[in-house]
Write a protein that binds this ligand. Structure first.
Ligand code: ZN
Length: 190
């Protein structure tokens, strides 16, 4: 699945919105992606998983690790395509961690899977969870990279589509300056 096909899925699902949004990173933006609207369609989620697995297979991951909640569904679909298990990290006391009895073994080859990368902060946190368990992160993938290349990761990274949606520090946000009310739609906007 190429960039145009990926973005077409988002547009068709109404998952690419314009307005004035506060993202989970705290930054403001005039564009907002709600990937859950795409992933609610199992056939589309599966196709995206197959496309990401096609790139990641060469890294020979043994397990997929995703940050909850946004990465869970696409992580599961990538894992299905790779024939490996899918686990997720979630917040406890504000810190991302493995819960529910999920275990990574020392040296296990881990692929990080996200829905949307905005700043890379969430991806870096998830990499740190795997590293803390002694596992080996072989790479990271996302459906969409909206960081404009700013998300510097310590591992090989691939996204199906790059999308330039400018983000602003709230103190320097032109939409705030115009007096537009800011909204924080849904859960964990990306
Ligand atoms: Zn703003």
């Amino acid at each position: 699945m190429n960039r145009d096909a990926t973005l077409a899925l988002f547009r068709r699902a109404g998952a690419l919105l314009e307005g004035h949004f506060k993202l989970s990173s705290g930054l403001h933006s005039g564009g907002y992606l709600q990937s859950a609207l795409v992933l609610q369609n199992p056939a589309d989620a599966g196709a995206l998983g197959v496309a990401l697995a096609a790139w990641a297979g060469a890294l020979r991951p043994g397990v997929v690790l995703s940050p909850a909640l946004g990465g869970v569904i696409i992580g599961h679909e990538v894992a299905r395509a790779l024939g490996v298990r899918a686990i997720f990290a979630e917040r406890g006391d504000g810190t991302l961690m493995l819960r529910r009895g999920f275990v990574l073994t020392a040296g296990e080859r881990v692929l990080i899977v996200e829905d949307v990368v905005t700043t890379g902060g969430s991806t870096r946190e998830t990499i740190a969870v795997a590293n803390a368990a002694g596992a080996h992160v072989v790479g990271a993938v996302a459906i969409i990279d909206r960081s404009s290349g700013a998300a510097e990761l310590s591992v090989p990274f691939h996204a199906l589509a790059q999308l330039s949606l400018p983000t602003y520090d709230p103190a320097a946000c032109p939409l705030c300056a115009q007096g537009q009310p800011v909204t924080k739609p849904g859960s964990r906007p990306s």
